[in-house]
Write a protein that binds this ligand. Structure first.
Ligand code: UDP
Length: 320
């Protein structure tokens, strides 16, 4: 197949491009490098099946042409990272909502399958774990900017599903849980690359809040495998899927694991949320996916566990 990846120079997008090329598909990438980087795709440039353009998906004539040349669009271009979202709320909402709008509009003109990358953030602070795709979503008030991210991605989901319902445009919505692995940068606040960098530098490992909040981390290779499988499964069309890993760990425990695996002497330092983000910041205490829907459809089971993930991220950071 000929795949177009929006946001293909980002962390997840570049791994997806790599996997599709390994499977002998053609890959075109469009990325404005706002949070992605050319280094992420440097090793792919020698493949004759790979092409990329540095531009925004809001360049609609270019986007339309690229969609026309592809069979499937993986729409990953978005504003990411809680830190970025808190610091640049206008940019987040505009990028996420408008970007998806134009992708769906042009995909619809050419009747191309679109895989929309959404996020586990849409479950908000629901305590009803593990999260099922059809569960109620529990978000905080609009004055807390964190929730703008969830809402912007929810609008993307609603719009995609509306295109399917009203115009029969084939779409699949994938809710990605905390995805980690080599090439992820801590620059936008993500916890694992941040802890690894701090541990290797001998700096304090900064645990926000009291560290009892937990997350379930999924290896990026498992995530991209699921995305590829969903793109070739007709029964996935019009549906929403969690992509994640059931294994759960508290953030304090994660800091201890990273410290131990890195052989680091860094102290673990607790930082109140209002210092880490902003006054009144709300975090979710737990976030665990129910992956039975994905498992039932494509036999999905995550393959890489947390210890191995941490090992690979440390190795990558040491090389970089
Ligand atoms: N976190 C932390 N220290 C950091 C960065 C993040 O303790 O330097 C915490 C953060 O408050 C959250 C969890 O780690 O509870 C995961 O944060 P991340 O931004 O990676 O993803 P999120 O799950 O918030 O989208």
């Amino acid at each position: 197949m000929k795949a177009l990846i929006t946001g293909g120079s980002g962390f997840i997008g570049s791994h997806l491009a790599e996997r599709l090329l390994e499977l002998n598909h053609d890959v075109a990438v469009i990325d404005d490098l706002s949070t992605g980087s050319i280094e992420n795709i440097a090793h792919l440039k020698r493949s004759p099946r790979f092409s990329y353009i540095v531009d925004s998906i809001t360049n609609e004539s270019l986007l339309a042409e690229m969609i026309d040349g592809s069979d499937v669009v993986f729409h990953l271009a978005a504003a990411v990272g809680v830190k970025l979202i808190v610091e640049r709320p206008v940019h987040t909402i505009e990028t996420n909502v408008h970007g998806t709008e134009v992708v769906l509009k042009h995909a619809n003109k050419k009747r191309k399958l679109v895989i929309i990358a959404s996020t586990s953030e849409v479950y908000g602070k629901s305590a009803d774990v593990p999260f099922r795709e059809n569960a109620d979503l529990v978000l905080g008030p609009s004055e807390k900017h964190r929730w703008a991210y969830a809402c912007s991605k929810l609008i993307d989901e609603f719009l995609a599903l509306a295109y399917w319902k009203e115009k029969k445009l084939p779409v699949v919505v994938a809710r990605l849980f905390n995805t980690v692995g080599p090439r992820q940068t801590g620059q936008y606040g993500m916890v694992l690359p941040t802890f690894v960098r701090q541990a290797l530098a001998g700096e304090p490992i900064t645990v926000f809040g009291d560290g009892t909040q937990s997350r379930s981390f999924t290896y990026v290779g498992d995530v991209v495998d699921a995305l590829v499988a969903l793109a070739s499964e007709p029964r996935a069309v019009g549906e929403v899927f969690n992509i994640g890993n059931r294994g759960e760990i508290s953030i304090h425990h994660l800091a201890e694991r990273v410290k131990a695996q890195a052989g680091s002497h860094s102290p673990i330092q607790l930082i109140p949320y209002d210092q880490a983000y902003e006054a009144g910041f709300e975090d979710m205490p737990r976030r665990v996916p129910d992956i039975s829907k994905l498992n039932a459809l494509i036999g999905y089971e995550p393959k890489v566990g947390l210890e191995e993930i941490i090992r690979r991220v440390i190795e990558h950071a040491r090389q970089g």
